[in-house]
Design a protein around this ligand. Structure first.
Ligand SMILES: Nc1ncnc2c1ncn2[C@@H]1O[C@H](COP(=O)(O)OP(=O)(O)OP(=O)(O)O)[C@@H](O)[C@H]1O
Ligand SMILES: [Mg+2]
Length: 530
């Protein structure tokens, strides 16, 4: 569908500043539509013969629409729409005339000229016409509320014709402005309430004001109600500014656990300040939800912190147990469990420090990798390197992936560069980065090294763990491996991670483990590697 700007640029000679003004009107005219109980159509002239094009439309939320179908893009001309021509050429609001029928709906048509004030603040020329079309099929004797709305609507219509409505926008106002139905208060030139809609009355009641608003000095009332004196003064100043003809920014008033959003608009038809319009909305629930979200976030982080602590306690208990058992095999098994638990704790620790359920994974890999070289029972010093980046990973991928990498890294160090005598005795751990004491069996000139590389390609994470060690044992079959390590790897990769893993001989000796993991929950087809 064409936008207001597209239509205006294509069919008219309006200047960019004119079109901007029409945009401002379309951004703020729901207010006028609701107060008028009428559809508003924005018409721009397309020739000198009284032909107009509709570039925007808004329906009232307070009354039935006069148009079931969309009017944007409609071109009209001739005697039927003479009222648009009158408003445009004579620059005055046109409101006489008999009801007209649109389909089977009787409607009253009015026309409001749209003026853009000059940079000097003088009334400029008419650039467009707002058609105000009321569906009369449900019309009846208006109530007190309706009369008040209509009077205010007429003031705003006059301000459109003067070029003083809509007021300038305040940057950074993100919450949607209160609407007519949320609560409306009208003030006279002295700042006294002349009318308050039932919803407005209720909103003030929640702030602790139970009496009738009519007759109250609203600025003084805001100052009294606000829990914080500074807020009270601000809210009061906003009202006073509107009474002077300025358009203050929206303000919030907090009192007795309730929050009310207010928007004050000056009323000055024909340039005469006659009072102000104050729209109010009870946003207590919105603010309560905001606060709840912030607390929820903090709670999740706290839980990760506790999970990490608990896992570290489990690791410490296992470590204690390992020191007590005499059987070397049992001790090694317990020590391995300590490392497995500790690597999961690492992910929770990282999650407890981030604000969302995702982690910067590179730091975790680097820590797991250096732990693997430190604890592995080898006599050589194995270098560790990471190539590429894992990026930010969602928590559910990170927890499984860290365990998989932990196993693959430990295997690379332990089986790629085993102790010379292959005995079960526990040699002193060697620190990473040291000059190798014993070179790998295969080639004495090669420095023992494990490389973890990662890259993302088409929503898949590709990871390889490569070592230049002595290679897989002859006739090795990963599927048949009965030990725990590769079983954990396979279970996590095909289960939680829904990816693939392959263990094979490296291109230049050694071993490489190739892992492909889909990053999106519903990964597209093509799990093959590029
Ligand atoms: N990078 C590697 N280089 C050489 N052999 C490897 C490598 N990775 C795995 N292997 C072989 O695969 C076997 C199975 O590995 P797996 O991790 O399942 O068991 P493990 O490391 O022996 O014991 P654990 O359960 O403590 O991990 C290893 O015993 C080893 O022979
Ligand atoms: Mg292993």
């Amino acid at each position: 569908m064409s936008t207001l700007r597209d239509l205006a640029e294509e069919h008219t000679h309006l200047r960019p500043a004119d079109i901007d003004h029409l945009h401002r009107i379309a951004g703020d005219w729901q207010l006028l539509s609701d107060l008028s109980f009428a559809d508003l159509l924005l018409w721009v002239p397309v020739d000198a013969e009284g032909t107009f094009l509709c570039v925007a439309q808004v329906r009232p939320t307070t009354a039935p629409t006069a148009y079931q179908d969309d009017q944007v893009g409609r071109i009209v001309g001739g005697p039927e729409v003479a009222h648009l021509g009158v408003a445009y050429s004579q620059g005055r609001i046109w409101r006489e005339g008999d009801p007209v029928w649109y389909g089977d709906v009787p409607a009253r048509h009015e026309a409001i000229p749209v003026r853009l004030r000059t940079a000097e603040g003088e009334a400029g020329e008419v650039i467009a016409v707002v058609g105000r079309d009321t569906n009369l099929s449900t019309a009846r004797t208006p109530s007190q509320l309706e009369l008040n709305y209509l009077t205010t609507a007429d003031d705003l219509a006059q301000m459109i014709a003067d070029g003083t409505f809509p007021p300038p926008r305040h940057p950074g106002e993100t919450t949607s402005a209160p609407r007519v139905g949320d609560g409306l208060v009208r003030l006279d030139a002295g700042g006294k309430v002349t009318y308050a809609s039932p919803n407005a009355q209720s909103a003030y009641r929640r702030l602790g004001y139970a009496s009738h608003l009519v007759g109250e000095d609203l600025a003084a009332l805001h100052r009294r109600l606000a829990g914080d004196p500074l807020d009270g003064t601000e809210a009061a100043n906003g009202i006073l500014a509107a009474l002077r003809g300025e358009a203050p920014p929206r303000r919030e008033i907090d009192a007795r656990g309730a929050t009310m959003l207010t928007r004050a608009l000056p009323l000055m038809p024909a340039g005469v300040p006659i009072g102000a319009l104050v729209l109010v909305r009870d946003i207590t629930e919105v603010r309560r939800r905001d606060r709840a979200l912030i607390t929820k976030d903090a709670t999740i982080r706290e839980i990760h912190h506790r999970v990490k602590n608990n896992l570290q306690t489990v690791a410490a208990l296992l470590r204690l147990q390992a020191r007590r058992v005499a059987m070397p095999e049992a001790r090694v098994a317990l020590e391995e469990s300590v490392r497995r638990v500790a690597s999961i704790a690492l992910v929770h620790e990282t999650l407890s420090m981030s604000s969302d359920e995702a982690v910067e994974f590179d730091g975790i890999v680097d820590r797991v990798a250096s732990a693997a070289t430190e604890v592995a029972a080898t006599e050589v010093s194995v270098g560790m390197r990471r190539r590429g980046s894992f990026g930010v990973l969602p928590a559910e991928i990170a927890t499984s992936l860290v365990m998989v990498l932990n196993e693959l890294l430990l295997n690379a160090v332990e089986h790629g560069f085993p102790p010379a005598d292959e005995a079960e005795e526990t040699s002193a751990p060697t620190a990473a980065g040291m000059v190798p004491a014993v070179a790998p069996e295969s080639d004495p000139s090669v420095r023992p090294e494990v490389v973890v590389s990662a890259h993302r390609f088409r929503k898949m994470l590709h990871v390889t763990v490569t070592d230049n060690g002595r290679g897989l044992p002859p006739g090795f079959d990963a599927e048949q491996a009965s030990r725990l390590g590769l079983q954990i790897v396979r279970a996590l990769v095909t289960g939680e991670l829904r990816g693939t893993i392959e263990l094979r001989a490296g291109a230049t000796g050694g071993t490489e483990a190739v892992l492909v993991v889909p990053l999106a929950r519903n990964a597209p087809d093509g799990r093959s590697q590029p």
